[in-house]
Design a protein around this ligand. Structure first.
Ligand code: AMP
Ligand code: MG
Length: 189
């Protein structure tokens, strides 16, 4: 049976960077994972339907629409065999509140073995968001980012209860990307 590792973190925490670093290191050891981006699965459907023109628009769509895209992404990802890493969100910050990234019907499809929360200090996330011109990041303040990270930890506990996955916190602090990559390698190996 392949292993399913779900990797989450608030926007701008650097989860994609950590994943890419870990996968490059593991390739040298002959350990392979297919890396899957949940948002890309959702966006493929959303753009085909003409309801979103970039991935950052999706969290502002109607809740029902987001849930429909989420369900179809989970069903698509569940078909993939072997070891997979799913790059996604613990919760999505929407105008109407936090939307669970892995409600019960998504957990049932994905069956995660390990659930990773990539975290760092709020001020670091804030400055990373400000310097990332490639994305339309929410302009949360320091407290908003703190609330989001706290809420994610709480909801991760419920994911562990539902699915029996372990929950691992990986810190991706400024100037310590190597440490975060090494921790991630340890989890995936
Ligand atoms: P990302 O590129 O990882 O920031 O994901 C882009 C967008 O995809 C997010 O802003 C969300 O709108 C959506 N998304 C990703 N994962 C999930 C999920 N598990 N549930 C709902 N929406 C998600
Ligand atoms: Mg990303």
């Amino acid at each position: 049976m392949g292993k399913t590792v779900v990797i989450t973190g608030v926007p701008g925490v650097g989860k994609t960077t950590v994943i890419n670093g870990a996968l490059a290191a593991l390739e040298k050891e002959g350990v392979s994972y297919q890396s899957i981006n949940f948002g890309t699965f959702m966006f493929e459907v959303a753009s085909q339907e003409g309801i979103a023109s970039d991935r950052d628009e999706m969290r502002r769509l109607d809740q029902d629409v987001q849930r429909r895209l989420q369900r179809s992404a989970a069903q698509g990802i569940a078909q993939i065999e072997g070891n997979i890493i799913v790059d996604t969100h613990c919760t999505v910050s929407t105008p109407k509140g936090y939307l669970a990234g892995l409600p019960e019907w998504v957990l049932r499809e994905l069956k995660p073995d390990i659930f990773v929360l990539v975290e760092t200090d709020e001020d670091q996330i804030l400055s990373r968001r400000l310097s990332d011109a490639s994305r339309v990041r929410d302009m949360d303040g320091y407290m908003g980012i703190r609330d989001h990270q706290q809420f994610n930890r709480s909801i991760a506990a419920s994911y562990a209860m539902y699915s029996g996955c372990t929950v691992k916190i990986v810190r991706n602090a400024d100037f310590l990307l190597d440490k975060a990559v090494a921790d991630m390698v340890e989890i995936l190996r």
